[in-house]
Design a protein around this ligand. Structure first.
Ligand SMILES: Cc1cc2nc3c(=O)[nH]c(=O)nc-3n(C[C@H](O)[C@H](O)[C@H](O)COP(=O)(O)OP(=O)(O)OC[C@H]3O[C@@H](n4cnc5c(N)ncnc54)[C@H](O)[C@@H]3O)c2cc1C
Length: 391
């Protein structure tokens, strides 16, 4: 195939499809858009393998703003992304996030709480006794504090959101091309075409790197550096005689995280050793459940001691080694090369804000819906990290 598009988006996951949707929805944009996605079944895409939760409880204003913008979009996604009277229900639920801390965490939690309140996020700080009163099934013996977001936090159907963006983008005229990008042609410091499998060539005015965990390889095709690597995360689904159907998402002091999923539960943990930078395998590390998750669950929620493991899977975080936040914006030297990647485990929740802002950078040279300047690629060379610490 030989073709030409004003904008070629590489990667049709939730980020690439959000950019495609937002750009094609903007009445000021009158150009053509192609999304090149090598796997239309999204078998290995992070957007298919995500646990798709959203929280407002970040420690920095840029990420808090991304969540605040995105939750409003997600609440209205069913109508915004409706196509031909088919509503795009993404089953958003908002039971909140409960982030647990030891007595040593109290000062840090108070500082984050102040940053959140300054952004209008009404997070509550809870004592152990208050947590026990609200959640009698929770062991609070070793806890010092809890941070709870009563609204705008929860989870949704992430693959459903991806499909809704994609369906709406296609209805607005975006072409999805099922092929692999194998190279980018550069001329005079600009990306002029992407090479597809079998040697086909697509000329482009602007290229967007939305290839998730694979985005470093795409940047290299244009001769650019990108500090984004795949980080494997395993998810375990279990059942238990103890039911906490309306329970919140819980971030434990051990690093384990869990939440209800229908009548079951999902749990995950940050592994002690990360995979190598060139390891894109999706093999589940079952020892994570036996060695880290099960003991943490049994300690924190003793009623889960009788749990039954049902299934598991692994997916890849697109991990930004620099500061674990998204990279959104132009490359300073290759002005028609746009990054929308490196979200490090926040890409599902931040996809509405990222897509809205990136589409405006393409169109106007600046993001207007939301201030994305802190996420610019230039911050890496300038050493201006978004100091976001994982709870
Ligand atoms: C286990 C797990 C749990 C997570 N939980 C959460 C959560 O609770 N909340 C949250 O916000 N985020 C979460 N995330 C992160 C979130 O899922 C990602 O940030 C998000 O899905 C990234 O979307 P993406 O479109 O950038 O990447 P992807 O969905 O991976 O899409 C990238 C696409 O690029 C395509 N591609 C790659 N290379 C090429 C090429 N050469 N040519 C053509 N196409 C190419 C791939 O096929 C892929 O479809 C989680 C991730 C994982 C793995």
């Amino acid at each position: 195939m030989q073709g030409s598009y004003d904008v070629v988006i590489i990667g049709g996951g939730v980020i690439g499809s959000s950019v495609a949707y937002h750009l094609s929805a903007n009445p000021d944009f009158r150009g053509s858009i192609a999304v090149v996605e090598r796997d239309p079944t999204y078998t290995t895409a992070s957007s298919s393998l995500s646990t798709s939760s959203i929280r407002q409880q970040f420690g920095t204003q840029p990420n808090i703003r991304m969540s605040a913008y995105s939750i409003e979009f997600l609440r209205n996604a069913a109508t915004i992304l409706e196509v031909d009277d088919h509503s795009a229900d993404i089953s958003l639920r908002e039971p909140g996030y409960l982030i647990l801390g030891t007595p040593e965490h109290i000062a840090g939690f108070e500082a984050k709480n102040a940053a959140q309140r300054a952004c209008g996020i009404e997070t509550e700080l809870l004592t152990p006794n208050e947590m026990r009163r609200r959640h009698p099934w929770l062991n609070v013996d070793d806890l010092g504090i809890g941070s709870y977001g009563p609204v705008k936090e929860g989870w949704f159907d992430g693959p459903g959101l991806l499909q809704a963006f994609r369906r709406k983008a296609r209805a607005q005229g975006v072409d999805y091309i099922a092929d692999r990008v194998t190279g980018i042609d550069m001329e005079f410091g600009r990306a002029v075409a992407v090479r597809l499998g079998h040697g086909d060539r697509l000329a482009c005015g602007t290229v967007v790197n939305a290839a998730g965990a694979w985005s470093k390889g795409i940047a290299e095709m244009a001769g650019l550096d990108l500090p984004v690597e795949p980080r494997r995360r395993c998810v375990f689904v279990f059942d238990s005689p103890l039911k906490i159907p309306h329970g919140p998402f819980i971030f434990d002091t051990s690093g384990m995280a869990m939440r209800p999923e229908g009548q079951y539960y999902l749990a995950t943990v940050t592994p002690l050793t990360e995979n190598a930078a060139d390891d894109f395998s999706l093999e589940v590390d079952h020892a994570l459940f036996d060695d880290l998750i099960w003991p943490a669950l049994a300690h924190r929620i003793p009623g889960f001691e009788q749990l039954r493991l049902l299934r598991s899977w692994a997916g890849l975080y697109e991990y930004n080694l620099f500061d674990h936040s998204g990279i959104i914006g132009r490359h300073p030297a290759v002005a028609n090369f746009i990054f929308a990647c490196g979200f490090s485990g926040h890409g599902m929740m931040h996809s509405p804000a990222a897509g809205a802002g990136a589409s405006e950078i393409i169109l106007y040279g600046e993001s207007r819906s939301i201030d994305l300047r802190p996420f610019a690629y230039e911050r890496i060379a300038a050493n201006l990290a978004i100091e976001e610490h994982v709870y």
